[in-house]
Design a protein around this ligand. Structure first.
Ligand SMILES: [Mg+2]
Length: 143
């Protein structure tokens, strides 16, 4: 991924070389979390093109967006289908898809499993804006 703008000072990283914004799907069963993360991503210049409130919804929506997402943030603990199962299904479609897991404190084992399954990184709740920025910048530039 080539970026024309990457300015940590301004917490901005969203524009690709073709002038379009990076796109993301935010997956979390807690509406407040979806809202908080979406606001942050938009602030970083990333366009939240889709959201999902559980794993089943996330996989369905991912299928319709396949190949057109630069990033997915995915909560681990969710009803219907959890984040690890979502990750597995996404990886079956596209091993290179950037998925960043959102985990609660104390989910070390699940985070470890997620990294083994192909997650690019993880963000631990509660998080600070600068943590999210740092981790997403890393993932976007590295993968
Ligand atoms: Mg949850």
């Amino acid at each position: 991924m080539e970026l024309i703008k990457h300015d940590p000072e301004n917490l901005f990283m969203g524009t690709k070389r073709d002038g379009k914004k990076l796109t993301c799907m935010v997956v979390d069963d807690v509406p407040f979390m979806v809202k908080t993360l979406s606001k942050l991503l938009e602030k970083f210049g990333i366009e939240v093109v889709q959201t999902a409130a559980n794993g089943v919804e996330a996989v369905e929506k991912y299928k319709t967006l396949k190949g057109r997402l630069d990033l997915i943030t995915c909560d681990i603990t969710m009803p219907e289908m959890d984040g690890l199962q979502v990750l597995e299904k996404v990886m079956q479609f596209d091993r290179t898809q950037r998925v960043v897991m959102i985990s609660a404190l104390g989910s070390k084992e699940k985070v470890k499993t997620a990294m083994q399954l192909g997650a690019k990184y993880f963000i631990v709740k509660p998080f600070k804006a600068e943590d999210v920025f740092r981790i997403l910048s890393f993932v976007i530039t590295k993968f």
